[in-house]
Design a protein around this ligand. Structure first.
Ligand SMILES: Nc1ncnc2c1ncn2[C@@H]1O[C@H](COP(=O)(O)OP(=O)(O)OP(=O)(O)O)[C@@H](O)[C@H]1O
Ligand SMILES: [Mg+2]
Length: 469
């Protein structure tokens, strides 16, 4: 019998770590008892940093941001919450979460969060929406005045005069699609179609037919249908993430570009085409070639013009103009009148490394405006919760509180990191409460955490607000 239980436990353990659904379970005190591999991948946290720890120690969020806390405290079941964010590897991730309490005899014994990763699906929808939208961006809509950005714009503008293939290389969210559209709109092809396709979002078996078209009877269910090359005839075809395309298809693509003809699957003759190809990728072409994700011959053909768009962290001058541009954009969309941001927010934007680049910055501004009601400027408390902790940088804390705290550590005999962090946390909480005249709500707001989270910390550190030093 005991054996069976053990076996059962092993089976559950295995399932929990193998399933493609993120799982996070806390007990009645808010301590994490299950945190599976998929959740780790989604949230970009290490299992050791979460398991056995209290939620409030690991994540800093406002009370209403944590569905797990709400389930635990109020027994609330929250279903279908869609969240989009960037993990610490800069990957944009979209999940749909369900959270519910674990009830025993009517008492809350814990809470479970289930997260379904719908990133691919989102991507597919977004890319296909883009496709029907056509090319709306022009060089005038590109924001950025840094020397590096201006140089890419210059190169791109020059490329509008010809029909040579273009390769755009840049990390996710740097603006590759925008450049492709601007080049199309700035060229003689602007009256022709602009067709874009993400090569990574679709199953391989579909891509060939999609690119080159099919003829009736080529295979079961095949119909006469033009491919994207034919649809883009006279215009521009943007092929996103070319390095995800199967190598055989890369060879066929090369042939189409060289010979300026394509052959639909199942057809007996070639069709001439006049299409400009713009390909994009988010890794260094040299790496992609050596890892055999990109054919060398295709690379040479595509890279007649190569545009490298630098990541946002390498063109910091562009950050604030872009932020203001997005404030304008969302003011118009949400009918708000936000004028700008506090210096602290600007400082944070300039110090952050933007793994998701311009798209991440746009999400941040959109998120901040969602948090505001009648305020005219964005302050740190308006930032989406995952940024609030990051914005509490050492520099900022030192600026606020002076260097004395860090200086009090005896040199050469640094206590363990955990202890230092605990001391720092205690210290800043005490200081802030004092600064806020023992007003807990105000102190919590200043610290960028919920009142409830602050109270938990006061209890944990045995701090009594009326006994401030
Ligand atoms: N220079 C810029 N000026 C204004 N908006 C920008 C700029 N660069 C990027 N954006 C905005 O950032 C978002 C992402 O841009 P885009 O879709 O072109 O990125 P991408 O490089 O194609 O990313 P991915 O590799 O993930 O497909 C868009 O919403 C776009 O409007
Ligand atoms: Mg893109």
């Amino acid at each position: 019998m005991l054996m069976d239980l053990e076996l059962l436990q092993l089976i559950f353990q295995r399932i929990i770590n193998e399933i493609d659904i993120g799982l996070h379970i806390v007990d009645e005190n808010g301590t994490s008892v299950v945190y599976n591999n998929k959740m780790k991948q989604i949230e970009g946290m290490d299992v050791e940093d979460v398991l056995g720890k209290n939620l409030l120690d690991v994540f800093t969020f406002a009370e209403h941001d944590s569905t797990l806390l709400q389930a635990l405290q109020y027994g609330k079941t929250i279903k279908n919450v869609k969240q989009t964010y960037f993990n610490n590897k800069g990957q944009e991730i979209t999940t749909v979460n369900h959270t519910f309490p674990i009830l025993k005899n009517g008492n809350i014994k814990g809470a479970i969060e289930i997260a379904k990763d719908v990133t691919k699906l989102e991507r597919l929808i977004r890319d296909n929406m883009n496709k029907t939208e056509n090319a709306k961006y022009t060089f005038d809509s590109l924001i950025g005045d840094s020397p590096a950005f201006r140089e890419v714009c210059e190169h791109a503008k020059r490329a509008t005069r010809t029909s040579s293939s273009i390769l755009i290389v840049g990390d996710t969210g740097t603006g590759k699609e925008l450049f492709a559209q601007s080049i199309h709109n700035g060229s003689q092809r602007s009256t022709g179609p602009f067709v874009s396709q993400n090569c990574a979002a679709l199953p391989e078996s579909l891509v060939e037919g999609l690119l080159f078209g099919t003829t009736k009877g080529a295979f079961t269910g095949a119909v006469d249908r033009p491919g994207l090359f034919e649809q883009a005839n006279g215009g521009t075809l943007l092929l996103d993430e070319i390095n995800s395309l199967d190598l055989n298809l890369q060879a066929k693509l090369l042939r189409a570009i060289q010979e300026k003809t394509i052959r639909r699957i199942g057809a007996s003759k070639d069709t001439p085409i006049d299409v400009r190809i713009i390909a994009t990728m988010n890794e260094d072409p040299v790496d992609a070639i050596s890892a055999q994700r990109l054919r060398k011959d295709l690379y040479y053909r595509l890279s007649v013009v190569t545009l490298f768009i630098p990541p946002l962290k390498d063109r910091k001058e562009d950050i604030l103009p872009l932020a203001l541009h997005f404030i304008d954009k969302y003011n118009a969309l949400f009918q708000m009148e936000v004028k700008g941001m506090e210096d602290e927010v600007s400082e944070f934007l300039l110090s952050y490394d933007w793994p998701g680049n311009v798209r991440e910055l746009e999400h941040l501004i959109e998120g901040a405006l969602n948090m505001m009601s009648y305020e005219e400027t964005i302050d740190l408390t308006h930032l989406p919760f995952q940024y609030r902790t990051k914005s509490q940088t050492k520099d900022r804390l030192q600026k606020h509180y002076g260097y004395e705290f860090f200086a009090t550590l005896p040199s050469g005999s640094a206590p363990p990191l955990k202890e230092q962090i605990e001391n720092a946390e205690k210290y800043f909480i005490q200081k802030t409460i004092k600064k806020c005249d023992n007003n807990i709500s105000k102190a919590a707001k200043t610290l960028g955490i919920s009142r409830q989270s602050l109270q938990y910390r006061l209890k944990k550190w045995g701090i009594r607000p009326d006994q401030e030093r």
